[in-house]
Design a protein around this ligand. Sequence first.
Ligand code: NAI
Length: 469
Amino acid sequence: MADTFDLVVIGSGPGGYVCAIKAAQLGLKVAVVEKRKTYGGTCLNVGCIPSKALLYASESFAEAGHSFAQLGIEVEPKLNLDQMMAHKDKTVKANVDGVAFLFKKNKITGVTGTGRIKSAGEVEVTKDDGSTETLAAKTICIATGSDVAGIPGLDVKFDETTIVSSDHAIALPKVPEKMVVVGGGVIGLELGSVWARLGAKVTVVEFLDKILGPMDQEVSTAFQKLLVKQGLEFKLGAKVTGVGKTEAGAKVTFEPVKGGEAETLDADVVLVATGRKPYTEGLGLEEAGVKLDERGRVEIDGHFKTNVDGIYAIGDVVKGAMLAHKAEDEGVALAEILAGQAGHVNYDAIPSVVYTEPEVASVGKTEEELKKAGVDYKVGKFPFMANGRARAMLKTDGFVKILVDARTDRVLGAHILGADAGDLIAEAALLMEFGGASEDLARVSHAHPTLSEAVREAAFAAFAKPIHI
Ligand code: NAI
């Protein structure tokens, strides 16, 4: 054991690598242990980044086939799936190489291998060739992320060609004729959209009676209608009880949650997207005495500290939303705390985005949550149909919905269904971070013509009246 590091981070996903960079910027001597060949974790290697490359490419393909003609562009798009995958792979490579560059730039020691906590103060790394190296650490940060959860109560045999998880649904060698997606959550709808746009007949089977479970109900209902128009089929309130291979492909059996006849669907490919679980296997947590909560997550206090001194945890492996940017925020906050500063994350203003067409984005409370909490609220809404820029772009689907406290006008939640919703939501998140009111937002000058005017109009609708409707 040569050096003692101020911080050894296990896992180089958005939580781990951001924490490492921030800590190094603040003067700490940092090492990162990563078992993949490349940095970036699930998000950069097999999650957010590759899926966004495919979402963009497949959306462009669908647009070329559908709306280009209305814009006066006549083309007959032809799919080159190999090239689309090459674009995805190139995007991933640029991003993971970018993290390696940032590690070098910030003098962070990267160690490839599987990390295990030997004790508070020691991380053992097992390399591919079976050799081990032990790193001495004043503090350890567990940032090991999450893994595919599978279907609760079912032993699904992923062969990763016909029965696939998200890791492989981004790399199918050809467009399936029929695809069944188990789970109408974020992954199911994003990757289901990709393959539907490329020509697959996609059926989503979802346990709940709505898609995107935690999403505002009005947004979820409107969004589902738009996806149906795009050709996706939905079986809601349906519990999947069997997923298996057949001679021709695979089959999915499900039964109505409220009782009734079971149904079976045949498919060429089944994507199981029923959630993710914290990744703690082989980390030596039990031996080190690190406590997990009832859902298998590493238990932490308000400052990301586990019950063992010197061991911290952030990201998907701890409580809270499994979102890359939540992990990044925690990474920055923890690095600041370790450097003696006041790191903090405001969990009430973390946006969440579904990168479909249109996009769905939200921050803060849903209308259902406000009702349940007995809050007296007002709603301001504005449709993209009445926005000039949206009309010019043929992107008139969806609306902006802002929820405010009826007494104080403080913004409590914002929900956007529409083009570029994922970017537009940043304005609402910023406003909420500052405890702003809908009047604040409405009085800010917004460039014309932009989609962001719809956000302003929804704010106008909440505290007074919109202009253009
Ligand atoms: P999810 O929790 O979003 O959705 C899983 C869905 O599967 C739920 O609606 C659930 O009711 C359903 N389900 C569970 N068991 C079922 C059964 N037996 N039969 C039918 N339906 C069943 O999980 P998902 O989509 O796998 O995503 C995992 C995590 O990754 C989430 O926390 C998500 O937020 C995150 N993620 C975020 C993205 C983004 O921010 N754009 C993109 C991809 C993933």
